[in-house]
Design a protein. Sequence first.
Length: 345
Amino acid sequence: MDVVGVGALNLDLITGASALDGRQVLARLGARMGLRRPLESGGERMVDERAVHAGLEWLRAQGVPLTPEPGGSAFNALHALSRLGRGLRLGYVGVAGRDPLGASGPSAVLDGLGIDRRLVAGDPDRLCGICLSVHDAGERTLLTHTGANTGIAAHVRERFTEIAGYLAAARAVHVTSFLDPDGGAALHRLLVEVRRRSPGTLICFDPGHIWSAEPTDDVLAMAAMSDYLLVNGREFERLAPVRTRREGAAVVKYPDRVEVHRPGSVELYGHRPLPDGQVEDATGAGDVFAAGLLAALVADRSLLGAGVRLGAALAAHKLRHVGTRGHDGFRAIAAGFLSPGRPVG
């Protein structure tokens, strides 16, 4: 394998900017869902299944259309990688539950994308994760019910040797958060074994909002051991305890630039942010950025700069479209940054 993703498998229910027509709904949505603390714009909140249903009912009553998309941070990155036309061999580790809309489910989507799922466990008795993504006041806010993804710790324990070997044989592993009490510890133990077996396998870690806001010792350890830590500026601030322990690169995304922090140096890559009126949906934009970075690094580890620029270009393209509607344009964008003849296998 070239890249294996390890992460949640969700159904994303997305409200794009044009669907809201400028309305700011976040505060009222939180109240309707019975949330005690106000929602943080641009953040992520864990919610139960009851709250998800209450939120969906209220949005429908307001006439807000929702776009369903298969999702999850690692899944979004692998989905984007599959659309770059680079011939990459891709695999996935996770737990797939039922699609509440009665569709074919995450496993069929992975098959359709050509992503190997031999180590995706099925749990037909539980719903897949559900992520309600609300675009409000220029920010994307996530309300997440973890669903069957809570089974990841048991899945890793039961098939530890097989999963560790699968990841160690990959050129790069992209790890994202599982929002359950045991997921961080299980993944940390797994990555330690992968590093022991294959020091040359690149480990990219995207902890996301919740794991960055309240990092456990296992999350901090994974952030410290990863070759590439992928975060936004807010998350980087919250992971301050780990900065002096890192030997790899922290790739920090801001609206107008990307900073690559290495021990003793910082590289800056500027870009022009999209005007608010052109941002339709920010869901998964950071994951699309990760896909561009990973595509460059598995082609040649010296192409970090090209990967940052490609990731930023892909993310800017994605921001203009709801869900995956703009993904058909990824191949042409990638060809402008990575030589089509460059070997990736």
